[in-house]
Design a binder for this molecule. Sequence first.
Ligand SMILES: [Zn+2]
Ligand SMILES: [Zn+2]
Length: 339
Amino acid sequence: MSELVDNQRNSQGEWHPAEAIVPAPINAWPPRPIQTFKWLFGWPGFIWPENIFWVGVSVFTWAFLTPELATMKTFELWWVAVLFVRNFVFITLLFGGMHYFLYMRKSQGDRLRFTTKPFPTNSGRFKFRDQVRDNMFHTLVYAVPVVTTYEAITYWLFANNYIGFIDFADPVAFWAWFVFLLVLGPMVHSVHFYGGHRLLHTKFLYKNFHSLHHNNVQVGPWSGLSMHPVEHIIYFSTVVVQWLVALHPVNALYQIHLAAFQPAPGHCGFEKMNVCPGVDFAAGSHFHYQHHKYFECNYGGSLIPLDIWFGTFHDGTEAATAGMREQLRARRHSNALAP
Ligand SMILES: [Zn+2]
Ligand SMILES: [Zn+2]
């Protein structure tokens, strides 16, 4: 079957971009310096607008929406409640806002949408028999408390000088390390997500915890953090990497924000989001959409191509789907022949 282009859909109402998914050019070998430079500093690229926007959100949050570090030396209900309410509001605005514009107001119709199948509203797979309500429940009732707990522990550790081990007395070295960790944040997220996700696909963890996330076949923004709380504990543990290397709480907060916010665009169900007339932003969800569709591919992301290195990459094309089906058939056949 040929690739589907523009708004051509197959008989099941599915669409996918004509171009195959390609990993970020930092991974090219031999290196491609010009392409890498454009990817790093171009618009839209790695730095602008998405990551710089989230860095801005983290700095603003730290400066204006977080209690003084000195007051967080001991756990007290009031400051943990401040973090909880602020996270609850942020996540509701982002996830709810995207759901509202894409699926309720339908601001870009079905343009660049992967499937026109609606979210199930009468299915025993979901709490309240409704996917969106189920997803909101798991996000607001479980994800927000878990991410808030990680954030509170982070500040408590910093306030008591239990972390921040690397000793950079020189302020230039300190701020260089600060910026380096900001650039590194998305890579840390990508590698940690891949590792945790592969773990969650082992038999016991999948059956008891991760299958809940995979109830979402038609994904939307609220699907992103719709997980079992055990999966939330694994997923948000990405901040532990910053406990080991960060000198400033903003580095850790940025790592938390990436984990908390990226699942909304990453599951939005559209290749690109139209943010204003004539301007589309890549949502980055086509890569992960393949994982919800086929389960045994694309465990990570395209920033660090661990899926390519470990042979689980699906580039979104018909040829990749055919190849993956062939692989599965061969594996089932050899399992059946095994004594
Ligand atoms: Zn999975
Ligand atoms: Zn997912």
